[in-house]
Design a protein around this ligand. Structure first.
Ligand SMILES: [Zn+2]
Ligand SMILES: [Zn+2]
Length: 347
């Protein structure tokens, strides 16, 4: 397995972001992001304009964030060639992304922010569909805005990274519940726009420059083959990245606390190794869940079916399990949420 640090859910000047894609890629490269997944609103124009590819050591891939006519049900879609008629319902575009061989993630499903009139909440409302690949369980922008009050706004603007703490509770709950039925991949998004806005009446402020946000919520992915730094190999690289996301071989981490690269969570059973996102056949009686941290001793928690069941303070953990369920791991760095893995299902 080959690990890459990705930043998902980024807007450029092709929609309501302020930056150009090559500039965004440069910022990403400067802070060690391997892959950036762009998601401009309802457009794949940057894809047509040939902006996918390597920029230094960073690979930029282009998806889109689709919404319905009420500007709700935001859906992060990748691996599709065209956007759809904007009169489609959410259930329809979720199906279409799948039909076209793409992958899709429900964005900020329970967004509630209400502190800035120009940025209302955009929750997911159409739960009739069950064809989405995953859920954005942590969205930096949503969390930051939801916690915004008149009293703390200056502090939050000055410390955009310190004020982001953990994934959305309702999203986690839904994710754990759905995982009992099928694989649902959890991802983290930044929702970066680098809005330039007159916030305080007398000077313009850039809300969250890209480079700052790229040091927060990341989704580290595991590909089966190494990415090749060659723009003629774009389809090969895309397939590797999208397969890792589709199959749930990824974990979410807040890079602000520490670089999690080197972290591993997998299961050993019956002489085989099962990765995050995989389902272990139910006839296997004895399973070892293993965690390794990159030379950091901290708290590792095991979560089964959404419930905390054990924790250790170490740079590794091994649990032997016999009971069916969906298992994932949370890691805390100085008591702060740092890593959320995808589930290994034993059902
Ligand atoms: Zn959105
Ligand atoms: Zn967005």
């Amino acid at each position: 397995m080959f690990e890459y640090s990705s930043v998902i859910h980024v807007h450029s000047n092709y929609s309501d972001g302020s930056g150009e894609i090559p500039e965004i890629a440069r910022y990403a490269s400067e802070v060690g992001v391997d892959v950036v997944l762009m998601t401009d609103h309802n457009t794949l124009r940057p894809l047509k304009d040939g902006l996918e590819g390597w920029y230094g050591s960073t690979l930029v891939l282009i998806g889109t964030e689709i919404n319905d006519q009420k500007n709700q049900n935001h859906y992060l879609a990748f691996g599709i060639q065209n956007t759809f008629d904007n009169r489609l319902s959410a259930a329809e575009y979720v199906s279409k992304v799948k039909e076209e061989g793409g992958i899709g993630f429900i964005a900020h499903p329970f967004e509630k922010r209400n502190h800035m009139k120009e940025h209302p909440p955009y929750p997911w409302t159409d739960w009739s569909t069950d064809e989405y690949d995953g859920i954005e369980i942590w969205n930096h922008m949503s969390e930051w805005m939801e916690g915004l009050t008149e009293q703390n706004k200056y502090q939050r603007f000055v410390h955009p990274l310190k004020t982001v703490e953990k994934p959305n509770d309702e999203s986690i709950k839904l994710w754990d519940k759905k995982a009992l039925e099928r694989r649902v991949v959890g991802i983290g998004g930044v929702d970066a726009h680098a809005y330039k806005q007159n916030m305080f009446g007398f000077f313009e402020i850039e809300i969250f420059p890209y480079k700052v946000l790229f040091k927060s919520v990341r989704t580290n992915i595991f590909t089966k083959e190494p990415l090749i730094k060659d723009n003629t190999k774009l389809n090969y690289n895309k397939k590797l990245v999208y397969d890792a996301l589709r199959e749930g071989r990824c974990y979410i981490t807040n890079f602000y606390h520490a670089d999690a690269k080197g972290f591993r969570f997998f299961a050993e059973a019956d002489g085989k190794v099962f990765q995050m996102g995989e389902t272990i056949p139910n006839e296997i009686p004895k399973i070892r869940l293993r965690v390794n941290l990159p030379q950091i001793v901290t708290e590792i928690r095991l979560i089964k079916n959404g419930e905390f069941i054990d924790s250790v303070i170490s740079d590794e953990a091994i649990w032997t399990i016999n009971n069916k369920g969906v298992y994932r791991v949370e890691v805390y760095y100085d008591d702060k949420p740092w890593i959320y893995t995808n589930h290994i299902r034993f059902i």
